[in-house]
Design a protein around this ligand. Structure first.
Ligand SMILES: *Cc1c(COP(=O)(O)O)cnc(C)c1O
Length: 438
């Protein structure tokens, strides 16, 4: 399969090139030349396939021509070697838990898949690849963990000193081997600026093979379709497909869901659950897309004022506003409602959500209630994606429920490990010196 740049459809590259480049030289996002349609029998008999087989069927058309089938199968098996359980929360609502990976958030799947693809694509290069990332917390951990031990790839992560949570810092700094953490005495913006300068530095790029692990990379975006198929495998009432609510920030995850739906996956309706950053909810109401400055909220991984993947969603729907509205509804949930939801779901249903999942839950019940009013007697059921483990946001969640959250084994294993970071000032010259000294 080839991928074209959304800024220029005649600019086409293979899956391999799209993965290595990340973004087209004209700064457009890459989009598949066509969307594969899966056979009806496959969808109907999905339970006769293992998770690995399902994932393989879903993604193989996209990687065709770049990855041999046995390599792809190995990459998938390594990527999804943990659980994706669908858990019942109420009679009508279930949650798909996407936090059972090594860094306790759904970004593990995309990061693990991309790292292994990149590792395969560069394995015959004489020169190792250096993946350079700036992180405000979550992405860095997923990327570091995803690339840990991948041959031929070195990862350098810049994070702002004192501005990530202690769990996040341990996830970034205790891996060793091919992962190096640079602790920058500055802000996340400083880290990002330094990384951008490195990519723009022609002299440095002649010395080193630099690449990014940006979330718009096709190798991070496409495997997120797996979640929706895994949900379908576990969905009991196959005659009545679920409404699916997706906590959304950059809209990569929900865009993958909409792509899966276009390939034939049965879904009753999609909900994009947003926090106070309500660009998409406003767009679906007014038809006007107005990017804004991001607002800080409790669900901070969704604090995005101009979701980069939204252009891909419009492309899936051929830029037709009405067809998009038929499939997608979007809600904006306040911090007050988020806290109230965490508390309510915990006390009434004995299920603990993180702030992002709580936004997803709230948007889902608001939608289902509106549907019940409009069509009484047709009781719809839904799934919200739980995108992170609540312990990652314990500082928000613990005061709301009034008790500590037990540590999962992956976090327990981190406690007491020794942090290894290299401190630098927020100066590009220091980053460059470090990169050239190795
Ligand atoms: C990144 C992230 C999101 C938002 O996902 P997008 O694909 O950017 O919409 C939601 N929840 C958590 C916990 C995240 O880390």
């Amino acid at each position: 399969m080839n991928f074209y740049s959304l800024n220029n459809p005649s600019e086409k590259v293979s899956f391999k090139e799209a993965t290595i480049k990340g973004q087209a030289p004209d700064r457009g996002l890459y989009f598949p030349e066509h969307i594969p349609v899966l056979p009806e029998d496959f969808i109907k008999d999905i339970n006769s396939n293992s998770r690995e087989e399902v994932a393989f069927r879903v993604i193989q058309p996209y990687t065709d021509g770049s990855l041999p089938e046995d390599e792809l199968y190995r990459i998938i098996a390594e990527t999804i070697n943990f659980d994706f359980p669908l858990v019942k929360v109420t009679d009508t609502i279930s949650t798909l838990e996407l936090f059972h990976g090594p860094t306790l958030a759904f970004k593990d799947v995309g990061a693990r898949f991309m790292s292994r693809c990149l590792g395969y694509f560069v394995k015959d290069n004489d020169q190792p690849v250096t993946v350079l990332v700036a992180t405000s917390g979550d992405t860095g951990g997923a990327v570091a963990n995803g690339f840990h031990g991948v041959e031929g790839v070195n990862v350098v992560i810049l994070y702002p000193s004192g501005k990530v949570s202690s769990v996040q810092e341990l996830q970034l700094t205790t891996l060793g081997r091919n992962i190096t953490a640079l602790e920058v005495d500055g802000s996340f913006d400083d880290c990002q600026r330094m990384v951008k300068e490195a990519f723009a530095d022609a002299a440095l790029n002649r010395e080193l093979f630099l690449t990014s692990a940006n979330s718009i990379n096709v190798a991070r975006w496409l495997p997120q379709q797996f979640y929706y198929f895994f949900a379908w495998q576990q969905w009991e009432d196959k005659d009545h497909p679920p409404v699916i609510s997706v906590p959304s920030g950059n809209f990569g995850n929900i865009c993958a869901g909409l792509l899966a739906h276009r390939s034939g996956l049965p879904v009753q309706h999609f909900i994009a659950a947003c926090n106070a950053n309500a660009v998409v909810p406003a767009y679906l109401q007014t038809g006007e897309y107005k990017p804004r400055q991001a607002i800080a909220t409790l669900s901070n991984a969704m604090d995005v004022g101009n979701p980069s993947n939204f252009v891909r969603i419009l492309e899936i729907f051929h830029q037709e506003f009405q067809s998009l509205k038929n499939v997608l509804t979007s809600y904006s949930i306040s911090d007050e409602e988020t806290k109230e939801t965490i508390r309510d779901v915990y006390t009434k249903n004995h299920y603990l959500t993180d702030p992002h999942g709580a936004v997803g839950y709230r948007a889902l019940i608001d939608y289902l209630a509106a549907q019940n009013t409009a069509y009484p007697g047709r009781k719809q059921k839904g799934i919200f994606l739980e995108t992170a483990h609540p312990v990652k946001f314990y500082d928000t969640v613990e005061p709301v429920i009034g008790r500590p959250i037990p540590l999962p084994p992956t976090v327990q294993a981190l406690i007491g490990k020794e942090k290894q970071s290299i401190k630098i000032d927020p100066l590009y010259s220091q980053l460059k010196d470090f990169l050239l000294s190795r």
